[in-house]
Design a protein around this ligand. Structure first.
Ligand SMILES: N[C@@H](CCC(=O)N[C@@H](CS)C(=O)NCC(=O)O)C(=O)O
Length: 201
């Protein structure tokens, strides 16, 4: 399987760490955003969004990092990364949808305002966008922190949810979000960081 990825992509990282956990070999193809490699006609034919990551598996092309995580987890059913029964599977879906609705877009706003816009010569650091993103993160990271006070991993046992959230929240410092103010999130991230592949995947 090939993973089309960016140099610093936190969405690509979600896929890399789960593949490493599952022992699934991935050939990483790093596209260069600055050279327009996300927007070539060949790439857009496979991923019309012009974004990474995208997985290529024997002619099958799949984009959206969480969809890729679910696909990889399905390849190794004995690891139960999608939950062990219907209730756990429903919790996996619940937390993935929750994260995609409430946390991921806020980190994305901060990434654009604090990093990408300056990089591509646009005016960033819009105070109202930043204030709204920070306020939403404060509201919802508290929910995650409370959940992690009850469980070692988000759902209970280790699932795709920990990789979807952990790979990105571990990089939140990039957009000046300090997760260390959340005690249980910090402990959970340390648990993920202690995995042997975490720093290099
Ligand atoms: N919802 C998508 C988001 C993908 C995404 O925004 N990827 C970033 C890199 S982390 C990207 O390709 N940005 C380029 C752009 O937005 O043009 C996913 O989870 O895969």
């Amino acid at each position: 399987m090939k993973l089309y990825d960016g140099m610093m992509s936190w969405n690509g990282r979600k896929v890399r760490v789960l593949a490493a956990e599952l022992g699934l070999p991935l050939e990483r193809v790093v596209l260069d955003f600055r050279k327009g490699e996300y927007k070539t006609p060949e790439y857009l034919a496979k991923n019309p969004n012009g974004k990474v990551p995208m997985l290529e598996d024997d002619g099958f092309h799949l984009w959206e990092s969480n969809a890729i995580l679910l696909y990889l987890a399905g390849r190794v059913p004995e690891r139960n990364m999608l939950g062990r029964d219907a209730h756990e599977r429903a919790r996996v879906d619940q937390w993935l949808f929750w994260y995609t609705a409430h946390i991921d877009p806020m980190l994305d706003i901060l990434l654009r305002e604090r990093r990408i816009k300056a990089f591509i010569g646009q005016q960033g650091n819009d105070p109202s966008l930043i204030a709204e993103a920070e306020s939403q993160l404060a509201r919802f990271l508290k929910v995650l922190d409370e959940q992690l006070a009850k469980n070692e991993w988000v759902v209970g046992p280790l699932t795709v949810v920990d990789f979807a959230m952990g790979a990105q929240l571990d990089m939140a410092g990039l957009v000046e979000v300090d997760t260390k103010t959340y005690e249980n999130i910090t402990t959970w991230l340390k648990r993920l960081q202690s995995k042997p592949y975490w720093a290099t995947a």
